[in-house]
Design a protein around this ligand. Structure first.
Ligand code: SDX
Length: 425
């Protein structure tokens, strides 16, 4: 509890209530508004721009300073020194693993590296060319049929089993979505490979053949998963928390997060960025698109720019941009026309008064698509990759919520419809 207090009083009456302030470790303290209904009013905050929906110890973001911490560790340091599975362990357990704990965790994940044959049958129901996000959302929801009797959300061991199953199975399902979308046979998971190499081999490998995935692409893929792992109470994580608050099956909750992530304002932006860069096509067209982005009458937005929280650089975008340069140079693609357009677009936007005044900077989605395209991933798969990385964040928040006292989420509204009226006689 902070020593600060607020008083809410109504002008002209003696209505006044005291609102306590709860202190946070970092960032803004919060005003406990539980007593506000005593005034006869609700608070009103469409889009939740000023609302803390929960307590969490997993991730901290300082949007003004461009800071992102996972359990206190800066994303830049995790990107430089850790890997995706170690970061998964950190997000779930709150501490970095010892060498033996990391080895045990990796073995646990490998022990769940399979999907039921019913999943292949389920996937075959989609016509070839179905959007991979549609397939992923459905097949993860379908897992709630398989794991409906071994998931007691009130049991900590069952919850950890769910956490480990999802981290292990998401890359397999994601690769299956790509292979089915492309009309290719599935490539089996291979426990001799690292998490990222196994994923790329399932995506691009040949059934039964040894992996030929390069270490450069493996490192880039692992970094992409790591940078997407978690991001506080974003739209999809909030969706998972809200659906989880009713005690729903966790696989159904993750499917709801996948659905929320798909939108172009959220995780779908990475595919939209690449489509935008391809539509721009040449640096000489950039000014035209900048004008369109500033034109209120034109629905066009500069995809990969702007963020609800970051009013400074998205630290993930900086790391992604460095990795972009490395991967494309390693692949001899440093002159990739899309990369050149992206860099020029960023430079122009960052000097333009509109973007400066509105504090619109590149976000995590701006460069990720260029790396994924260089790796050979098709744009339809970009948000599937985002979902595969973010699953650990979703399920960590789900587990954190269920590990503590919680209530079902049930927001209220500002009603602007008809007053009561009678059905015509
Ligand atoms: C992700 O929340 C998270 O943490 C998300 C995420 C995560 O890891 O989970 O970080 C991942 O979703 C990143 C964001 C990806 N989306 C995009 O790149 C799509 C393009 N960006 C926008 O649509 C927008 O910036 C949002 C959705 C990201 C943020 O929207 P807000 O906070 O609701 O801001 P807004 O729409 O109210 O915009 C404020 C102003 C508006 O102008 P005014 O009405 O004040 O005159 O800025 C303008 C907007 O028109 N604006 C843009 C713009 N983004 C905002 N103008 C042009 N191009 C843009 N991209």
């Amino acid at each position: 509890m902070s020593n600060k207090k607020f008083h809410l009083s109504e002008e002209g009456t003696d209505t006044s209530i005291e609102l306590p302030v709860l202190s946070s470790t970092l960032g803004q303290d919060v005003i406990d508004i539980a007593r506000v209904p005593e005034t006869g009013c609700f608070t009103f905050d469409p889009g939740f721009g000023a609302t803390a929906s929960c307590e969490s110890a997993i991730t901290f973001i300082d949007g003004d300073k461009g800071v992102l911490l996972h359990r206190g560790y800066p994303i830049e340091q995790l990107a430089a020194n850790s890997d995706f599975l170690e970061t998964c362990y950190l997000l779930i357990n709150g501490e970095l693993p010892s060498d033996s704990e990391k080895e045990a965790f990796e073995q646990t994940i490998k022990s769940h590296n399979n999907v039921e044959s019913a999943v292949e049958q389920f996937m075959s129901g989609f016509s070839q060319g179905s959007h991979p996000m549609a397939m992923l959302c459905a097949v993860v929801a379908a897992m709630s049929a398989t794991y409906n009797d071994t998931t007691d959300v009130s049991n900590a061991d069952d919850r950890m089993l769910t956490v480990n199953r999802l981290i292990a199975k998401m890359p397999i399902l994601a690769a299956m979505c790509h292979r089915h979308f492309s009309g290719l046979p599935y490539v089996s998971t291979n426990n001799d490979l690292s998490y990222a190499e196994n994923f790329l081999n399932m995506m691009f490998g040949t059934p039964g053949a040894k992996s030929t995935v390069s270490p450069v692409l493996t490192k880039a893929m692992d970094l992409i998963f790591l940078l997407h792992a978690d991001h506080e109470q974003n739209a999809s994580t909030s969706t998972v928390r809200l659906s989880g608050s009713s005690g729903a099956n966790p696989y159904a909750c993750i499917a709801s997060g996948i659905a929320a992530l798909w939108g172009p304002a959220h995780g779908g932006a990475n595919q939209a960025v690449l489509e935008m860069l391809e539509e721009i096509g040449d640096e000489k067209h950039i000014d035209e698109f900048i004008l369109r982005a500033k034109d209120k009458e034109d629905g066009f937005r500069l995809m990969g720019f702007g963020h609800r929280v970051y009013k400074n650089f998205d630290p993930r975008a900086k790391v992604m941009k460095e990795s972009c340069d490395e991967v494309l140079a390693e692949l001899g693609l440093e002159h990739d026309p899309l990369l050149k357009i992206a860099k020029r677009l960023e430079q122009i936007a960052l000097e333009d008064e509109y973007f400066v005044e509105k504090k619109l900077y590149p976000n995590v989605d701006f460069y990720s698509g260029i790396i994924m395209k260089a790796i050979g991933i098709s744009p339809e798969m970009f948000t599937v990759i985002f979902a595969t990385g973010r699953t650990v964040g979703w399920i960590s928040h789900w587990n954190e919520m269920l590990s503590n006292p919680y209530r079902i989420g049930r927001p209220r509204q500002r009603y602007t419809g008809y007053a009561q009226r009678d059905y015509p006689a």
